[in-house]
Design a protein around this ligand. Structure first.
Ligand SMILES: C[S@@+](CC[C@H](N)C(=O)[O-])C[C@H]1O[C@@H](n2cnc3c(N)ncnc32)[C@H](O)[C@@H]1O
Length: 269
């Protein structure tokens, strides 16, 4: 889709809008590559992307190196079909190194991956300890020895309030809507809306029914799932105190009103 024609609710494609407002897959593949090398002292080749949606991360991964292969797993056939058409096919020969599977992430175990990534908080779809633990156990079994699981997470007091945040993107506005949060259960309802210069909007282009998990909770469940070692990659700040986009393993996070981090778990050989 060209960003040159003014976008409107009638012409815009919600997957294109999502990829161009939420995801930064070039950065993320670099981050995963570096985090893997840092611990295992060799490059990873096989990435599995759980909850892959349009498989943008898988496609960026295979474009990074001719040694890279990727497997994307998602339940939703139409979203996978969009990804095949708009992301996989344009890769040409490299498309042969991406495979997409329509299945529940808890049911896929083979082939075993070097890196398993579940990004944009998708693993929050599992709302009980039992369900999240079952998923994490499956992740452990899906990794090679010397394998790494990467889960992103966000939090801070601002995560627990109902609020809507607008961000301007090229040709449209993105809205993150924290519509409901229940402090008793941590049930969390969020939506993404898009608005266009002509005044039209795509309300609830995406909706999420999640549990807001915390870092210590997921680390404890990772340990119970077999991951003896976990790390938290916390984002640093620049000299003005703003998030720097540089994530490093650490044990002391700053009590920011809102933060994003990665919880990384290692399966050692
Ligand atoms: C928030 S989107 C994530 C898209 C993409 N991974 C990203 O990083 O932005 C969540 C995706 O998870 C998929 N999904 C939800 N539950 C699933 C499950 N149990 N197994 C496989 N896919 C699932 C949905 O179909 C949806 O495409």
């Amino acid at each position: 889709m060209s960003a040159r024609k003014p976008l409107t609710a009638a012409t815009a494609d919600r997957h294109w809008l999502y990829e161009n407002s939420v995801q930064n897959v070039d950065w993320e593949t670099g981050f995963l590559d570096r985090a893997y090398r840092r611990v295992f002292r060799r490059p990873a080749s096989f990435l599995r992307e759980d909850f892959c949606g349009t498989a943008a991360l898988s496609c960026a991964w295979v474009q990074k190196s001719a040694r890279h292969v990727a497997l994307g797993v998602d339940l939703h056939g139409p979203t996978l079909a969009w990804g095949r058409r708009h992301n996989v096919s344009p890769l040409g020969a490299a498309s042969l190194r991406v495979r997409l599977v329509q299945d529940d992430v808890r049911h896929v175990r083979r082939p075993r991956a070097d890196i398993l990534a579940a990004t944009n908080f998708s693993w929050w779809t599992f709302k009980t300890h039992t369900d999240l633990l079952a998923y994490l156990r499956n992740c452990y079994r899906s990794l090679r020895d010397d394998g790494m699981l990467a889960l992103d997470i966000y939090g801070g007091p601002e995560a627990q309030v109902t609020q809507q945040e607008e961000r301007r993107c090229a040709g449209f506005s993105y809205f993150w809507d924290q519509a409901a949060f229940n402090p008793i259960t941590h049930a969390y309802r969020c939506h993404i809306h898009f608005a266009f210069p002509d005044g039209t909007a795509l309300r609830r282009a995406f909706s999420y029914d999640w549990r807001l998990w915390s870092v210590p909770e997921v680390r404890e469940l990772l340990q119970a799932a077999g991951f003896a070692e976990t790390a938290v990659y916390w984002e640093g700040t620049d000299r003005n105190g703003r998030p720097s986009g540089i994530f490093r393993p650490g044990t002391l996070g700053d009590a920011a009103p809102a933060w994003v981090a990665y919880v990384i778990a290692y399966r050692r050989g």
